[in-house]
Design a protein around this ligand. Structure first.
Ligand SMILES: NC(=O)C1=CN([C@@H]2O[C@H](COP(=O)(O)OP(=O)(O)OC[C@H]3O[C@@H](n4cnc5c(N)ncnc54)[C@H](OP(=O)(O)O)[C@@H]3O)[C@@H](O)[C@H]2O)C=CC1
Ligand SMILES: O=C(O)[C@@H]1CCC=N1
Length: 266
C-alpha cells in the first residue's frame, strides 16, 4: 500500500487497526503516523509499533495521505473544528454514528469514507462496512477497501445502513464475548476448570462462525444437524427459547443502532 496513513486518535479501535495493519505487512510501521491527545498513549504506541508520533493534528494532516479519524463521537467538534484538510487527501472516519454530512460541516468538500470496523481487525478477522461521499474517486475507495481488507472482510453499503451495522458487527464482538464468558461459566458450573471451559467456549464460537461462512448454509439448518431427537442439544435449546435469547439479541442490536443514531446529534 502506498502513502502515509495517519490516525487522529488512537484508543482501542485505532490500536486494533494499527496492530492489524502492521501484522498484515501491508503498511510498514514508519508509514503509520499517529496523533492522540494523550501524550503517554503516543509514546506507548511509538515504542510498541515503531510508528511515527505527531506533535499535533496539523502535522498529522500535512504528512498523511490518508487520515483515519478515530476519536470518540463526543470529541468530534474539538478534534475537527477549524482543521484544514486538502482535497487531495482521503479522510476515513470510523466514528460511530457521525454522518458524512456532519463530517462535511467540519471538513468541507473533501473525500470522506465513513467506515464501521470492529476490534477483531487486531487479529485479521475484522468486519468492516463502508460508504463514501461524492468526492471519493473509485481509486480512493479502492484504497480505503484495501486497508480494511488487509485486516478482515469488507462490504460497501448505503450510508443509511451504517448505524445498523454499528449495532450488529461494530458492537457485536462485545455480545459474543459475553456469550463466550457465559458458556465458560456454564462449564465451570458443571465442574470444568476455567481455562478448559474458556477454550471449549471460544473454539466452539469460532467453529460455528466458520461453518456459517464456509458452508453458506442457513444457521437454522446447521443447528438442526447438531440437534438429535430427545438429545442433549434440544434440552439446552429449549431453555434458551424459554429465556428469550433470540429476542434479547434482536433488542440489543436495536438498542445499539438507536444509540448510534443519537450519537450523530451529540
Ligand atoms: N471500539 C470499537 O470496537 C469500535 C469503535 N468505533 C469508533 O471508533 C472511535 C474510537 O473508539 P475507541 O478506540 O473505542 O475510543 P477510545 O476512547 O479508546 O479512543 C479514542 C482516542 O482518541 C483520543 N482523543 C480524544 N480527543 C482527541 C482529540 N481532540 N485529538 C486526538 N485524540 C483525541 C482519546 O483520548 P481520551 O481517552 O483522553 O479522550 C483516545 O485515546 C469511536 O468514534 C467509536 O465510535 C467504531 C467501531 C468499533
Ligand atoms: O460502543 C461504541 O460506541 C463503539 C462503536 C461500536 C463499538 N464500539
Amino acid at each position: 500500500m502506498e502513502g502515509n496513513i495517519g490516525f487522529l486518535g488512537a484508543g482501542a479501535m485505532g490500536e486494533a487497526l494499527i496492530r492489524g495493519l502492521v501484522q498484515s505487512r501491508q503498511v510498514p510501521p514508519e508509514r503509520i503516523l499517529v496523533y492522540d491527545i494523550r501524550r503517554e498513549r503516543l509514546q506507548e504506541l511509538e515504542q510498541t509499533y515503531g510508528l511515527q508520533a505527531m506533535t499535533g493534528r496539523e502535522e498529522l494532516v500535512r504528512k498523511a495521505d490518508i487520515i483515519i479519524l478515530a476519536v470518540k463521537p463526543q470529541n468530534v467538534k474539538e478534534a475537527l473544528g477549524g482543521l484544514q484538510v486538502g482535497k487531495e487527501k482521503l479522510v476515513i472516519s470510523i466514528i460511530a454514528g457521525v454522518t458524512l454530512a456532519r463530517l462535511a460541516s467540519y471538513l468541507g468538500e473533501v473525500p470522506v469514507v465513513r467506515v464501521v470496523p470492529n476490534t477483531p481487525a487486531l487479529v485479521g478477522e475484522g468486519m468492516t462496512a463502508l460508504a463514501a461521499n461524492k468526492f471519493v474517486r473509485p481509486e480512493a475507495l479502492e484504497k480505503a477497501m484495501a486497508i480494511f481488507c488487509s485486516v478482515g472482510r469488507v462490504m460497501v453499503l448505503p450510508e443509511e445502513q451504517l448505524n445498523a451495522v454499528t449495532g450488529l458487527s461494530g458492537s457485536g464482538p462485545a455480545y459474543i464475548y459475553m456469550l463466550i464468558e457465559a458458556l465458560a461459566d456454564g462449564g465451570v458450573r458443571q465442574g470444568l476448570t476455567r481455562p478448559v471451559a474458556l477454550e471449549l467456549a471460544a473454539q466452539t464460537v469460532l467453529g460455528a462462525a466458520r461453518m456459517v461462512l464456509a458452508t453458506g448454509e442457513h444457521p437454522g439448518v446447521l443447528k438442526d444437524k447438531v440437534t438429535s431427537p430427545a438429545g442433549t442439544t434440544i434440552a439446552g435449546l429449549a431453555v434458551l427459547e424459554d429465556r428469550g435469547m433470540r429476542g434479547a439479541i434482536i433488542r440489543a442490536v436495536e438498542a445499539a443502532t438507536l444509540r448510534a443514531e443519537s450519537l450523530s446529534k451529540e
